[in-house]
Design a protein around this ligand. Structure first.
Ligand code: URA
Length: 233
């Protein structure tokens, strides 16, 4: 791929803007030699204003999403993309969230520009458990664990019952719920079906991957080992 296109695809600007960066001598190799748009250079050797380029396509990262941020590129209000480098919003292929968390849900969110990986993570075939910590507005009734495990719970306007899910009760108002599918607002709707209301919700784990000390609002790139951990819960 031509250098201009490669750099533009990483979100550094339109092709015109990137061409201007070349003319201004801002694109160099690791030794500071000015590069030209037609040069053939490896990604790792390119510098812009002396800085290495952002990662090439194949970027997958985890974000500790705080409550109050929307999983969208253009909604009003605070967006999860506000927590990432600005350029990440303009990359091609697009850096998308792997599924979504509601605006008021915090916790582990994955983003990737790898469509095959995205589908592998969300595919029911991968059977990746998703672990949620819920705080409830009212005391649990006592029958929720059996109901959620039954495989017969039907949510409003759904055509098929939910897959069995495991509820681990911590106390009357706190529980961990492990899901094996991802339906719209699933956790909130499951508790609503029992007459309760989720006061706060946090996703702590997807497959074998947890936040492992990543602070709220922080992100980090996933390594090949992280991806192995993800698929080997
Ligand atoms: N279930 C929900 O209700 N909300 C989320 O954000 C994720 C799962």
């Amino acid at each position: 791929m031509k250098l201009v296109k490669h750099i533009a695809n990483l979100g550094y600007g339109s092709r015109k803007q990137v061409q201007a960066m070349f003319r201004e001598g801002r694109v160099t190799d690791a030794e500071g030699e000015v590069l030209y748009a037609d040069d053939k250079v490896d990604h790792d050797a390119i510098r812009i204003d002396g800085e290495p380029l952002d990662p090439p396509p194949g970027l997958t990262l985890m974000l500790h999403k705080p409550a109050g941020y929307t999983c969208s590129t253009k909604d009003q209000g605070r967006l999860i993309y506000d927590l990432l480098p600005l350029r990440f919003r303009d990359r091609a292929p697009v850096l998308s969230t792997v599924g979504r968390l509601d605006r008021e849900t915090s916790g582990l969110l994955l983003l990737t520009d790898d469509g095959v990986l995205l589908h592998k993570i969300i595919s029911p075939k991968s059977k990746l458990p998703k672990v949620y910590e819920a705080e409830l507005a009212q005391d649990l009734r006592g029958d929720e664990t059996a109901l959620f495990a039954s495989g017969t719970l039907m949510l409003e306007s759904e055509k098929t019952p939910l897959l069995p899910a495991e509820l681990h009760v911590h106390d009357a108002r706190h529980a961990q719920l492990v899901l094996h599918e991802g339906r719209y607002h699933q956790v909130r709707r499951m508790f609503a079906a029992t007459g309760n209301h989720v006061a706060s919700l946090h996703r702590s784990r997807i497959g074998g991957l947890g936040l492992d000390g990543l602070a709220e609002g922080q992100w980090r790139m996933l390594t090949a080992t992280d991806l192995e951990t993800l698929f080997a819960p």
